[in-house]
Ligand binder design. Structure first.
Ligand code: BEZ
Length: 212
C-alpha cells in the first residue's frame, strides 16, 4: 500500500521501549509525529532523539504526541535511552517502537534498501487529530533532521485548518500569511481577517497572522 498525503495513518500494534503500543490508541485524538531513525547507539540518531526530548513543551503546546521507531529491539532501545539522556542532557519521554520484524517500517515505507539495506531511513510523518497523514518527509541517514522545521510545518498546518490561510516561503511564527484563493467574498474576508489584507495580485493577498 502506498501512503499519500490525506491517507489515514495505518494502525499497528508493536513492541516499544515502553511496552506494547497500539498506534491509534496512543495518538488518541492528538496530532502525532511518527519518525524513524536507522539504528540505536549511532551518533546522529542520539542527537536527534535528544532534541525531540528537549522539545517536549513545544510538541505539547501544539497538541502533538511523538513516537520514534527503528528496527532495533526494545531491549536495545532501553539500553540506549540512558546514553541519550546523559549526552544530550534530556529525558526521553516518548516510546521508541521496536520494529525488528519490519512490520511498521514496511507499512510506512521507511526502509529504502538502495540507501540503507534493512535499516529504516529518517522518515517523518505528521498526522493530524483526524488520523490523516498531512506531511511525509524523508532524509538520508547521514543528515540529522531539523525539528524546528517539523514544528514550523505543524504550525502552518494548524493555521491552515483554523483560519484558511497558507504560509509563504520561509514563513516563521508571527509573520504575514497568505489568504486561501478560495476565499473571495468581501464581507467574509472582513470577518475572517479584521486586521485587513494587502492585495498584491488577485491571487496573492497577505494578511497578519490570525490569532496573534
Ligand atoms: C547515525 O545516526 O549517526 C547514522 C546511522 C546510520 C547510518 C549513518 C549514520
Amino acid at each position: 500500500m502506498s501512503l499519500k498525503l490525506g491517507s489515514i495513518a495505518p494502525d499497528f500494534t508493536q513492541k516499544s521501549s515502553e511496552g506494547e503500543i497500539r498506534f491509534h490508541d496512543y495518538i488518541n485524538g492528538s496530532w502525532a509525529v511518527l519518525f524513524s531513525h536507522p539504528a540505536d547507539f549511532t551518533p546522529v540518531c542520539t542527537t536527534e532523539l535528544g532534541r525531540v526530548a528537549t522539545l517536549k513543551p513545544e510538541f505539547e503546546k501544539r497538541g502533538a504526541k511523538v513516537l520514534a521507531l527503528s528496527v532495533d529491539t526494545e531491549e536495545a532501545h532501553r539500553g540506549w535511552i540512558p546514553d541519550i539522556n546523559e549526552t544530550q542532557n534530556c529525558t526521553v519521554y516518548f516510546p521508541i517502537v521496536a520494529d525488528h520484524d519490519h512490520k511498521v517500517s514496511k507499512l510506512y515505507d521507511m526502509i529504502h534498501p538502495e540507501s540503507l539495506d534493512k535499516m529504516t531511513v529518517r522518515t517523518v510523518y505528521i498526522i493530524d487529530d483526524m488520523k490523516k497523514i498531512r506531511t511525509m518527509i524523508t532524509y538520508p541517514a547521514s543528515t540529522g533532521r531539523n525539528f524546528d522545521e517539523i514544528l514550523r510545518v505543524i504550525d502552518s498546518l494548524q493555521l491552515t485548518d483554523k483560519y484558511m490561510v497558507a504560509t509563504p516561503v520561509d514563513w516563521k511564527q508571527g509573520e504575514e500569511v497568505v489568504i486561501a484563493p478560495s476565499l473571495q467574498d468581501e464581507e467574509d474576508l472582513k470577518k475572517r481577517f479584521p486586521k485587513g489584507y494587502k492585495k498584491l495580485k488577485s491571487y496573492l493577498r497577505m494578511t497578519p497572522q490570525p490569532g496573534k
